[in-house]
Design a binder for this molecule. Structure first.
Ligand SMILES: Nc1nc2c(ncn2[C@@H]2O[C@H](COP(=O)(O)OP(=O)(O)OP(=O)(O)O)[C@@H](O)[C@H]2O)c(=O)[nH]1
Ligand SMILES: [Mg+2]
Length: 390
């Protein structure tokens, strides 16, 4: 007879709600022994959400208190229990179910999550680290087989001699890795500009709380600081740092170290927000930052609430130009949209196959190489789809 298993599906990180899943022939019986509804019978009908409390029964270990639990029978012999997110409540319920005879298993062995292949398993593992809505949705698609199915389709195209169509599909997948590689490693966006242009104020405004110190004195921020956020559901690491001056203008070793760090972060960034205060306009420091960076660049005219007439147009290429005020918030949503448009020019529709691990892109590159050298139909062992799918 199959065992009845229970697992905690949510992580132990602080959260409002924890979710446990119990599955197996005795799932309903065990739940009925540790849960009672706030009203009505304790019979659980499929896909009906029921509210109730934990119960302590004579001669059975008590959960300790009347914890609120929402239960839902999601399948014939599967029930999900939603309780308080603190570690204690869920551990007590797990203990109780275990003492009744349920086998406690790790979340990634929950029967509903059983992956059909390695790619689906990787998507499940990465889902735990996804911290934005879009990343989660894309990884859920891959967990449900989007990438695996697309690879099978490509294999079929190759096997049936449709080499051009297969090559086009491989190219599309390789291009989508630009998104896939950022699902759990957010895009990095760096605020850069001379001292006092309003970098820290803009960081605070976009985060929605006061993370960095803001002061009228130039040179307030010395070290670099990074916070994780999301724009339009995409994961973003936003970095603020020391204002950049020319090497000839800075003599304080701490300031020089701060400038070096800002420039290093800006060089490594996926997108740099080059901030210009209209009162002082474009300066040699801006030239320095511009020359040192290569990723996407957005020109931000800061302090737009001061209504200072704008400086002359700059004959350099930018991915976008936006005026913004950290005091009124004007232009900040437009700026976030400009950042998203620069980083993700085309958002994938639901269900799109997206490679998301380094080994996926390496494998696709190898397959593409075999394609271009006319080897695709011979299915070389290091480029075979079954090897990637495990
Ligand atoms: N009116 C107005 N003042 C602003 C705005 N943004 C920043 N300031 C002011 O400009 C001054 C400098 O702001 P910060 O955000 O500290 O500038 P910063 O670029 O981080 O400066 P450093 O850390 O010294 O490089 C402060 O007095 C802010 O209140 C804005 O949008 N409008
Ligand atoms: Mg600052």
């Amino acid at each position: 007879m199959n065992a009845t298993t229970v697992s905690r599906l949510t992580s132990l990180a602080p959260a409002a709600i924890a979710v446990l899943a119990i599955e197996g022939p005795k799932a309903l019986e065990f739940v009925s022994k540790c849960w009672q509804p706030n009203q009505g019978t304790s019979v659980l009908h499929s896909n009906r959400i029921r509210f109730g409390f934990t119960t302590a029964k004579i001669n059975e270990p008590s959960i300790g208190c009347n914890e609120s639990i929402v239960v839902c029978r999601t399948d014939h012999d599967r029930v999900e229990l939603h309780c308080h997110g603190g570690k204690q409540a869920s551990e007590k319920i797990l203990e109780r179910l275990s003492s009744l005879g349920a086998r406690v298993i790790p979340w990634n062995q929950d029967p509903s999550l059983l992956a059909r292949d390695t790619i689906e398993q990787e998507a499940i593992e990465d889902l735990v680290h996804a911290n934005s809505i879009r990343s989660t949705a894309i990884l859920l698609d891959q967990m449900r087989g989007a990438l695996s199915e697309e690879l099978k389709r490509i294999e079929l195209l190759n096997a049936t001699g449709n080499l051009q169509e297969a090559a086009d599909s491989i190219l599309q997948l390789r291009q989508r890795f630009a998104i896939g590689k950022h699902l759990i490693h957010p895009w990095s966006v760096v605020l850069a500009g001379p001292p006092n242009v309003g970098k820290s104020s803009l960081l605070n405004r976009m985060l929605g709380y006061d993370r960095a110190i803001v002061h009228e004195q130039a040179g307030t921020t010395r070290d670099s600081l990074m916070e994780r956020t999301s724009f339009d559901g995409w994961p973003i690491d936003l970095t603020d740092g020391a204002g950049v001056r020319l090497a000839s203008e800075a003599s304080d070793p701490i300031e020089i170290a701060g400038i070096d760090l800002t420039l290093q972060k800006a060089r490594e960034a996926d997108c740099v927000l080059l901030m210009v205060d209209p009162a002082s306009g474009w300066t040699d420091s801006h030239d320095r930052i511009y020359q040192e960076t290569q990723g996407k660049r957005i020109l931000v005219r800061s302090k737009s609430d001061l209504k200072i007439s704008s400086f002359p147009p700059i004959s350099l290429d930018f991915d976008a130009q936006v005026s913004a005020s950290s005091v009124t918030g004007e232009g900040t949503l437009e700026l976030q949209s400009a950042i998203v448009a620069a980083l993700i020019p085309e958002a994938p529709v639901a269900g799109t196959a997206i490679p998301f691990r380094q080994r996926h892109i390496e494998w696709l590159n190898r397959l593409s190489h075999h394609q271009s050298t006319g080897m695709a139909s011979k299915t070389p062992s290091n480029a075979s789809i079954s090897r990637l799918q495990g």
